[in-house]
Design a protein around this ligand. Structure first.
Ligand SMILES: [Zn+2]
Length: 44
């Protein structure tokens, strides 16, 4: 378990690069798309 500083989370908000929606932190770090857009990409 790695503690994440609050300031780091604020500086690096996870936002979907496709629609700009906020991405749930439960997703992997390499994911830059929300669940909705991610499904579209996964389908392709
Ligand atoms: Zn999206």
């Amino acid at each position: 378990m790695t503690p994440t500083p609050e300031y780091f989370r604020k500086l690096d908000p996870k936002i979907c690069t496709d629609c700009g929606n906020k991405i749930d932190e439960m997703h992997e770090s390499y994911i830059n798309q929300c669940d909705k857009c991610l499904r579209h990409t996964d389908h392709i």
